[in-house]
Ligand binder design. Structure first.
Ligand SMILES: *Cc1c(COP(=O)(O)O)cnc(C)c1O
Length: 301
């Protein structure tokens, strides 16, 4: 059997396999309805960062989606350790997924009839923005045509695969020569982008949207680090006009930490380079991932 784990590993149906051997069925509601909730925890230097916080969010998502994957928290933790240890990866992007599955009564359209299931996969650490681009300050499009799907249609606090809005926004951004996209809501406020939260810096204040966005663990980490550095932090609506008048703008994600923004549409921030506040928080974030208080070393079971 092919046991090549260089591309990553998956935990599926109780076994760890090379990621290229992991498959799910074509009729799974995960595939036909994007009926999935998931989470992604980063591994740095063979240690999970803030593992308990990611698991808390994943469990809250399962409850919100009425899903029961039949595994305890301890069993999920065990699966993640076993998978990452087997992969041999030191720095990894670790996804845990709960899928709706297929109805146990063939043809049923009742979601309660579906047999939910869990799988996980890990690949070499992913940066949502390449590090050299992030350090120079990323160029971002703020879309004026695609809006974030409303929170009363798809709950953004439950990490999900309903990426139609983000993918459409990414096509607009890439076509216009931007690295990535930020979406507004229908009321003219900033929301978030494909896999990251958004921040504005004005004087000594750091503002990030609260409603209509995923509450990222990196977002929480940034708010803690910023408060510790003496900034005043505000989680509230961030109108587009206020955002475009900020001194600095940056993004946060488990895929790359803190990402400075040099340009939004035609507007340059921090003289078209990475801002000092964002660079300081970026450094502090990487240091925190090495802090034993927040790390869970990967152990082979
Ligand atoms: C995952 C994700 C984020 C970032 O959350 P982290 O926990 O910091 O990785 C932000 N927005 C969306 C839509 C996401 O899927």
């Amino acid at each position: 059997m092919n046991q090549d784990f260089t591309k990553g590993a998956a935990w599926i149906k109780g076994k760890v396999v090379p990621i290229q051997n992991a498959t799910i069925g074509v009729t799974d509601w995960a595939v036909t309805h994007s009926d999935v909730t998931y989470d992604v925890v980063p591994v740095r230097d063979h240690g999970f960062f803030r593992l308990n916080e990611y698991l808390d969010r994943f469990e809250a998502s399962l409850t919100a989606c009425h899903m029961d994957v039949g595994l305890s928290r301890e069993e999920i933790i065990h699966a993640l350790h076993q998978m990452v240890a087997t992969s041999g990866l030191q720095d990894a992007y670790v996804a845990m997924v709960a899928a709706r599955g297929v109805p146990v009564i063939p043809g049923s359209r009742d979601p309660r009839d579906c047999a939910n299931h869990f799988y996980a996969w890990c690949v070499p650490y992913i940066h949502v923005v390449r590090p050299e681009v992030a350090e120079a300050g990323v160029h971002v499009m703020l879309s004026d045509t695609t809006h974030r799907i409303p929170a009363d249609s798809v709950n953004p606090r439950v990490k999900n695969y309903h990426w139609g809005d983000f993918t459409q926004g990414l096509f607009e951004a890439k076509t216009a020569g931007f690295e990535t996209v930020v979406l507004p809501d229908h009321a003219g406020n900033i929301t978030e982008g494909p896999g990251f939260n958004v921040f504005a810096v004005k004087g000594n204040t750091i503002i990030t949207p609260d409603a209509g966005v995923l509450h990222g663990i990196t977002r929480r980490t940034v708010l803690e680090l910023a408060a510790a550095q003496g900034f005043s932090v505000q989680e509230r609506d961030l109108p587009i006009a206020e955002f475009m008048e900020a001194d600095e703008v940056f993004l946060s994600s488990s895929g790359g930490g803190v990402i400075p923004v040099a340009r939004v549409n035609e507007r340059q921030f921090s003289n078209g380079a990475a801002g000092a506040v964002a660079l300081g928080l970026r450094q502090a974030y990487w240091e925190m991932t090495q802090d034993d208080c927040y790390r869970t070393p990967v152990v082979a079971p």
